[in-house]
Design a protein around this ligand. Structure first.
Ligand code: 5RP
Length: 231
């Protein structure tokens, strides 16, 4: 099974949790896009759902292939969000934001009764942090915010390069008009402490640590899809 087939397997399994009439948060990234494609087929067959996209990229795909959309202001309470992840650990802590949509992804997931993560086995880790942690920051005072993040990391015993994400010649800009610092810590032994303290830095808009948000994860591997629940 190649990487795309695994993403499709996870997306198929997630689709079985979607019921008629649901208000759905719809994630961002290549795995979430496989889910959108399968969802569009069900919608064409008569399934009624209303989707709230977590990015402009996802919104465009949904509109192109016929998944009905609402804004989060129109549907502020959702039944279920389905989204990918960059890393998942055994306690269902996640790193997200590889696709730059972490702020909207977190807002949408938090507005949902349940969040199901869809991923392949390569995303499952013992300790978060091999994937660089995306930290969404306000462009105002970028350097000051970066220094504050570096000092916080040092206090927590974390080291590694913190890089401003680029898109072609310029700094990458999120749908919300912010930038992203990607922090290559390698290992994040205390994700809870880092999450809380990052949120106390004024220039940090949000970070890619999703803790106590996912309900369960559907992990696809060679043998098919399995459910990962928190220990
Ligand atoms: C986007 C995300 C994605 O869910 C994450 O990057 C996983 O993407 P993919 O399914 O393409 O591996 O958090 O901000």
């Amino acid at each position: 099974m190649d990487a795309r087939q695994m993403k499709i397997k996870a997306a198929e399994a997630a689709l079985s949790h979607v019921e008629d009439g649901m208000r759905l948060g719809i994630g961002t990234g290549s795995t979430a896009e496989e889910f959108v494609r399968l969802l569009a087929e069900k919608v064409a067959d008569g399934l009624q759902v209303q989707g709230v996209p977590t990015s402009e990229r996802t919104a465009r795909l949904c509109l192109d292939i016929g998944v009905p959309l609402k804004s989060l202001d129109e549907l502020p309470e959702l039944d279920l969000t389905i989204d990918g992840a960059d890393e998942v650990d055994a306690d269902l802590r996640l790193i997200k934001g590889g696709g730059g949509a972490l702020l909207r992804e977190k807002i949408v997931a938090a507005a949902s009764s349940r969040m199901i993560v869809i991923a392949d086995e390569t995303k499952v880790v013992d300790t978060l942090g091999a994937f660089p942690l995306p930290i969404e920051v306000n462009p105002f005072g970028l350097l000051a915010t970066r220094i504050a993040v570096e000092k916080l990391a040092a206090r927590l015993g974390l080291s590694g390069e913190i890089k401003l994400r680029q898109a072609a010649e310029d700094a990458f800009t999120t749908d919300g008009g912010h930038h992203i610092l990607d922090a290559s810590f390698g290992r994040i032994p205390d994700a809870e402490a880092l999450a809380i303290q990052l949120n106390s830095i004024p220039g940090v808009v949000e970070h890619g640590l999703f803790i106590n948000i996912a309900s369960f994860a559907i992990i696809a591997g060679e043998a098919g899809a399995r459910t990962l629940k928190a220990k």
